[in-house]
Design a protein around this ligand. Sequence first.
Ligand code: PMP
Length: 395
Amino acid sequence: MKLSQRITHLTEGGSDGWDVFYRARRMISEGHAVTELTIGEHDVRTDPSILAAMEISARGGHTGYAMVPGTDMLRDTVAARVQMRTGVPTTRNNVMITPGGQAALFAAHMAVCDPGDVGLYLEPYYATYPGTIRGAGAIARAVQTTAEDAFQPRVEPIVAAADGAVSLLINSPNNPTGVVYSRQTLENISDLCKRRDLWLISDEVYDTQVWQGEHLSPRALPGMADRTLVVGSMSKSHAMTGSRCGWIVGPEEVIDHLINLATHTTYGVPGFIQDAASFALNAGSILEEDIAAPFQRRRALAMDLLATQNTVGLVPAQGAMYLMLDVRATGLSGEGFANALLDTHSIAVMPGESFGSAAAGHVRVAMTIDDDRFASALKILCEFASTLADRQAAE
Ligand code: PMP
């Protein structure tokens, strides 16, 4: 039987840099001790107080169908939070609750892209981006950012790629680079969107994890509230990855259509999960700071450690739970280095190439293991890189 192009071509193209990840998983299942610095999963679980709120809600009967757009309480909570953080007037009518940020990314592209339209996204990119755009029927077109620009996007290559484009997807703080877009970058991007009449889809799921600079939501820039769809999530801010609770914030008219889409796809998010999310967001900033603190600490550890050597370069680590390391001095690709590191030292990191060719010669390190193990893994990584670089220089 024939399957749709949409499903069979969802993840076409590009190198499969995920081989290292799957190999590490296989080694673990075969009983090897592997230090895993691959995916963005916290090393703490959801806070017991959030679980208690979830239980009270579920036992109280909030286990039936919930309101499709989200509960009034959670929509109001998200709206108030967004308004407080950005100054942009926001009500529950600007908010739809989704099963995680991923569903919001898909819904946003469904809302603005017709089949055959181009959806732009920036490299290096979060793994699901091109498939999400294709899933909505659009053509996913990558625009490179470069290590030389510290992965801050420039508008010229975006303009050069903008023929046929209806949307631009950005992500700051950025996964995989850890870069936070500057105000200048975001103003340039906003001007471009207005000039070329593009929707801006702004993935802000790491907005509580900023170590340097500040997070600016482009929806707050002049004239942008009408053309920006913001994606948010409980996953990273509150270690609720498995609860699948996120949102999309945008113009009322778009939200109305998205509610219609949700009625015909997800049919909403469980009520007890939404109640737990409302509790968590209303619990003040302490919970969020507790979740973010280990990454901030490990980033500081890493900066100290990396400052003692000059083989491995560090892309400015301004936010999110990752470090992007430049290993080009070893003479290996990111993939080659990651494979060699796994074989030699049983340490698993993600090759930069798995996030697009813009991150070739880099590896991404997730700061998701305890401080001591993290510091020692990073030390081994640097020593290994230095040995490889010496060997390369001697050849
Ligand atoms: N955007 C980015 C940049 C991410 O890194 C992730 C998760 N790793 C998501 C969106 C999706 O997160 P979730 O669906 O868990 O909210």
